[in-house]
Design a protein around this ligand. Structure first.
Ligand SMILES: C[S@@+](CC[C@H](N)C(=O)[O-])C[C@H]1O[C@@H](n2cnc3c(N)ncnc32)[C@H](O)[C@@H]1O
Length: 262
């Protein structure tokens, strides 16, 4: 399959990969990343905190809420540990569907398809702004059972969908077919950190729409659902692990939370 990577234009997945120390990026991504770091020097610390948050959230959902199927949208390039490695560590029979719309993630998707033999992983090349296409994809239909609770995770992706009405519609559509006990996990750029606001502006100056949301706006993303403790927080404060000790609030530019459908 021929994939057009359009390497002269910066892509959010490749900027993120570069800032996490990865190698799947190009000059346009590295130059955009340098500008973003100038505007927002703590962003690499924040991104690592966000990645650890993802792992803690999905481990909690698998281990403490018994979720055995995951739909992760805006997956990004493979980065250790990947979501399936965390949740299949809890139960090897867990099924995971990954979704991203960046061609470079598609190129590297093989590294996301390393499921245990008991479980499954699948990858869908699709856009979050078309949730019906995601739900109707062969991978979702074959891997996810709509009679069982699912975890839908949108980690560090909703900042790229600035319109609140559009985000609400997307979330409602994604959760609609799944039963009570299903969960929504989010992290997104927070407006209560000046660096985060400057970082979002630096993304926009390179042609990538990004928005920083207030805590109220992040909380509103969970409307109709029950937030689990500790509610919406900076990501390093959500059930922190040992590696989060010593991380300062002003370094962290993402807030998030987990909520359950009744
Ligand atoms: C900052 S990365 C986050 C990766 C991963 N979720 C994490 O937190 O480590 C954002 C990802 O969202 C993807 N993305 C951005 N807009 C998207 C859209 N409209 N549909 C699907 N994926 C999208 C990007 O390609 C990128 O891989």
């Amino acid at each position: 399959m021929a994939v057009d990577l359009n390497t002269s234009v910066p892509h959010s997945a490749r900027i993120y990969d570069h800032l996490l120390g990865g190698k799947d990026n190009f000059e346009a991504d590295r130059s955009a990343a340098a500008e973003i770091v100038k505007a927002s020097p703590s962003i690499p610390i924040s991104m690592r905190a966000n990645r650890r948050y993802m792992a803690r959230v999905v481990r909690y959902l698998a281990a403490e809420r018994g979720i055995r199927q995951f739909l992760d949208i805006g997956t990004g390039l493979p980065t250790s540990p990947n979501l399936h490695e965390v949740v299949q560590g809890v139960d090897p029979a867990t099924r995971i569907v990954y979704v991203d719309n960046d061609p470079i993630v598609l190129v590297h998707a093989r590294a996301l398809l390393t499921s245990t033999p008991e479980g499954s992983t699948a990858y869908v090349d699709a856009d979050l702004r078309d949730p019906v296409a995601i739900l109707n994809s062969a991978e979702v239909r074959e891997s996810l059972d709509v009679s069982e609770p699912v975890s839908i995770s949108l980690i560090a992706v909703l900042q790229f969908i600035p319109d609140e009405d559009e985000v609400h519609k997307i979330l409602d559509t994604l959760l609609e077919p799944f039963p009570s006990g299903s969960t929504l996990a989010i992290s997104t750029v927070t407006a209560h950190n000046e660096q985060a606001v400057a970082g979002a502006a630096a993304y926009r100056s390179r042609g990538i729409h990004a928005v920083a949301r207030t805590d109220d706006e992040v909380t509103a993303l969970f409307r109709g659902l029950d937030l689990v403790d500790p509610g919406v927080t900076l990501v390093h404060r959500w059930r922190p692990g040992p590696e989060d000790e010593g991380v300062e609030d002003f370094h962290v530019q993402m807030s998030g939370g987990v909520a359950v459908k009744q």
